[in-house]
Design a protein around this ligand. Sequence first.
Ligand code: OGA
Ligand code: FE2
Length: 445
Amino acid sequence: MKRLNTEWGELENLVLKDMSDGFISNMTIQRQFFPNDEDQTGAAKALLRLQDTYNLDTDTLSRGNLPGVKHKSFLTAEDCFELGKIAYTEADYYHTELWMEQALKQLDEGEVSSADKVYILDYLSYAVYQQGDLAKAMALTRRLLELDPEHQRANGNMKYFEYIMAKEKEANKSSTDSEDQVEKETEVKKKDYLPERRKYEMLCRGEGLKMTPRRQKRLFCRYYDGNRNPRYILGPVKQEDEWDKPRIVRFLDIISDEEIETVKELAKPRLSRATVHDPETGKLTTAHYRVSKSAWLSGYESPVVSRINTRIQDLTGLDVSTAEELQVANYGVGGQYEPHFDFARKDEPDAFKELGTGNRIATWLFYMSDVSAGGATVFPEVGASVWPRKGTAVFWYNLFPSGEGDYSTRHAACPVLVGNKWVSNKWLHERGQEFRRPCTLSELE
Ligand code: OGA
Ligand code: FE2
């Protein structure tokens, strides 16, 4: 009686209480941290970039069959359709076709989905038409009309395609052989010329032109004491030649796991999207060709950073007091830095002027993680690929002894395909190197 009498009112109040108000206001707070449209298109474009760079076919990508992936996740027909739509709004009909085809394929294979074949075929036939395959565009439109005979645009397109087809047949009849010849010649030219982009992608896939054995034989590994640096005479470090021209060397076991952890923890709260100099405005902006997060660490804030700086100074013989602070960078999936020079070119003389330390004479780059797939550092001018190996570092000079920039040092960070990439780098500058020599024992004390 108590339950159904006294307590009933409480139950009634509970039932009448509107829970959605609290929920909605809670969600409004959370919402600001959700990805937005820009994030979503950015992610889609990154996926398409990965597909091109690593020659991944759409089916492989959709089924998540990637090297180094432990827990596969796959794309639904609807996901594929969304990707295709994003490519379409970018007027990228090549990828529109690939992803619409994939969506269709998954539906044909019986995937249960809310994706609609008619919509997919509509986009697909247009993308195919845009790329000049009229016959295929017609076949696709015919398929669409079988599903929806009244489809207005498809009916219109069909008539248009037939008209164009007829006109082309007419034109073909009267075309001469010499015209065909011209076409063939330009095709050959296209094949011979490898733009930087293609070289970059090949190197990222590890398809670099191999060095001749004769040249390779001149690459060595050794123990290095920093040119009789007192701190390394008893405990020299392992060094490997990665490349000869430009000379790129790799130091092994040069940063410990504990040091890496410390550097990452110091950097994490400060990581923000990396920027580049906009040549037009001279201001720092974000750019699609540099996708990573970075932070700067000073030697003053931690003995670990200071120790790392000293190590670089000892092993390169270059004064680090004029160097930039230690930069820590983190690349997520799709993160990359397209081909660039680390030094300032003649046409941008003001880039490092404020620093008063001259140009970036050399680059030291620590690899602070292994990368499951992708993420190499590549040099497209010379064909070198350097693969990340946790605990190692690479070093090269950006400038010739004359102070001229060495254009063969143009390099890039390949997009990460699977996993996460951590690096940190030190850019050493010209000033302070004029009278450098290794320090003596008495100076160490
Ligand atoms: C750079 C750079 C290479 C890499 O930050 O300037 O070239 O592999 N990085 O991260
Ligand atoms: Fe660089």
